[in-house]
Design a protein around this ligand. Structure first.
Ligand SMILES: *[C@@H]1O[C@H](CO)[C@@H](O)[C@H](O)[C@H]1NC(C)=O
Ligand SMILES: *[C@@H]1O[C@H](CO)[C@@H](O)[C@H](O)[C@H]1NC(C)=O
Ligand SMILES: *[C@@H]1O[C@H](CO)[C@@H](O)[C@H](O)[C@H]1NC(C)=O
Length: 367
């Protein structure tokens, strides 16, 4: 490094070259080798926690995201993982955002950079271009053979966690299996299409849309558009649904809930014709005295049985009773804390492995 500095001092032209480097290689947002995941609108901009992109890069030394005006102001938190390392939070805003590349990354080898929005709100990243160092180039990103689609509410979206969805059990489960994963989960929302805790729609409506229900609170995109499932239809391999807490809070009756859930599954089956669907029972709201607040007891079994009765044998009940204790939740809101989400992920991973799913041995795109 000292030698290099001396060299620069003697040759001012070298300084210019170093400073000029940020101009690098510009990758436009429609570049076919950007692997987008989750839900993006046409701007293109993210909605729903966990949406993001992956790039496989040759000769990576620097990467910047140049974001447009539909990005959340003043900032959106994103998780960044380089070469399958831990996800690190970076706050980004409209304009140029340098993404730190760990010093361990060898520029001579190929690198995988994975980026996703962490929050269930303030989660809009409007990608214009990516700037790479000169000499870098995109390579194809090959997705995993496994792809989970998670559907839920705050208990899946990672509400109240420091790193949002990146620390939530669905994300952790997907990572364990070295799978692609989308988490379409809306805190406060019921499955029933009713107003619930500020959500103008329920998940049985909004799941089929590009935007999360936050669209209603924006001035630049106060509308919602159908989601085009054509890519998800073929690539999604496993669907996991954990929902009902907010229906219960809104006094949706047992009978209504079973009907809404059954109708939802019928519609989900028009997209994912035969993939296994895992229906979670509630783990309940733990109380300090060791008791639990349960809802719709026995009804999730009824929902699964109704599917079996019409010939759909690929819907499975995941009984989560006992998965969460009072120590696993934040006392002030009774949502799982960081170790609580890890415990839930570990239990579901064991459940899936027992069911017959094995993790991929390695990521499909190796770094
Ligand atoms: C991101 O911004 C939030 C809100 O200002 C702040 O609390 C947090 O520490 C920031 N995180 C990072 C990694 O910069
Ligand atoms: C979005 O539009 C609805 C009417 O469709 C309106 O009631 C609401 O206030 C608008 N939101 C904002 C943030 O302007
Ligand atoms: C639900 O029912 C309870 C008990 O009858 C009542 O206190 C509460 O206000 C109701 N909530 C809603 C959202 O209707």
């Amino acid at each position: 490094m000292l030698v290099f500095l001396g060299f620069v001092l003697l040759l001012p032209a070298m300084i210019y070259a170093a400073v000029a480097e940020p101009s690098g290689v510009t990758i436009k947002n429609d570049h076919p080798l950007i692997y987008y995941h989750g839900r993006w609108d046409k701007s293109p901009g993210t909605w729903w926690a966990g949406s993001g992109l992956k790039v496989h890069v040759k000769n990576l030394r620097s990467l910047a995201l140049n974001l447009g005006p539909h990005t959340t102001a003043p900032l959106a938190a994103i998780g960044v993982s380089v070469n399958y390392g831990e996800f690190v939070t970076v706050n980004v805003s409209a304009g140029a955002n340098v993404i730190p590349i760990p010093p361990s990354v060898k520029p001579s080898s190929n690198s995988v950079v994975r980026i996703n929005v962490e929050g269930w709100q303030d989660n809009r990243v409007n990608l214009e271009t990516i700037t790479l160092n000169s000499g870098a180039a995109l390579l194809p990103y090959k997705p995993s053979k496994l792809k989970f689609q998670f559907i839920g509410d705050s208990l899946s979206a990672g509400q109240f966690l420091p790193k949002g969805v990146d620390q939530a059990w669905p994300f952790l489960t997907g990572e364990h299996f070295k799978a692609e994963h989308s988490v379409t989960a809306q805190p406060g929302a019921a499955l029933t299409d009713i107003l619930s805790y500020g959500n103008v729609h329920g998940v049985s409506f909004q799941f089929f849309r590009t935007e999360d229900t936050g669209f209603y609170y924006t001035t630049d995109h106060n509308f919602t558009t159908p989601w085009d499932f054509s890519a998800d239809r073929v690539s999604t391999t496993h669907i996991v649904i954990h929902i009902g807490a907010n229906d219960a809070s809104q006094n949706v009756t047992d009978t209504q809930f079973v009907q809404v859930y059954s109708d939802f599954l019928t519609r989900v089956r028009t997209i994912y014709h035969s993939q296994p669907i895992f229906v979670f029972t509630p783990w309940g709201w733990p109380n300090a005295d060791g008791s639990f607040g349960y809802y719709y007891q026995g009804k999730y079994q009824d929902i699964v049985s109704k599917r079996a009765a019409i010939g759909d044998k690929n819907v499975f009940l995941v009984d989560t009773t006992g998965w969460v204790s009072y120590a696993d939740v934040f006392p002030e809101n009774v949502h799982p804390n960081v170790p609580g989400h890890q415990n839930i992920a570990n239990k579901f991973i064991a459940w899936l492995e027992n069911w017959g799913l094995s993790p991929e041995r390695q990521w499909a795109t190796s770094a």
